[in-house]
Design a protein around this ligand. Structure first.
Ligand code: SF4
Length: 62
C-alpha cells in the first residue's frame, strides 16, 4: 500500500474541498496541500489553512 495515498484519503479539508479558491498542490513525495488562493490578495487568509475548515468568510462553492 502506498502510505502517502492513504494519508491523502484520510485528510478531511472541510469547506476547502468544494471551494473555488482552493488549489490542490502535490509535492514530489506525494503529499497533498490545500492552497487557499485568496491568500494572494487577502492577508487575512493563510496560504495553507488549518484543516478541516468548518467556517470561512471566503468560501465560494462551485
Ligand atoms: S476561501 Fe476558505 S474555504 Fe476557500 S480555500 Fe480558502 S480557506 Fe478554504
Amino acid at each position: 500500500m502506498n502510505p502517502s495515498k492513504a494519508s491523502v484519503e484520510s485528510t478531511d479539508p472541510g469547506l476547502c474541498a468544494t471551494c473555488r479558491h482552493m488549489q490542490l498542490i502535490r509535492s514530489d513525495r506525494g503529499s497533498v496541500f490545500y492552497l487557499c488562493r485568496i491568500s494572494f490578495t487577502d492577508e487575512r487568509f493563510p496560504k495553507y489553512p488549518r484543516l478541516p475548515v468548518r467556517e470561512c468568510e471566503g468560501y465560494k462553492g462551485a
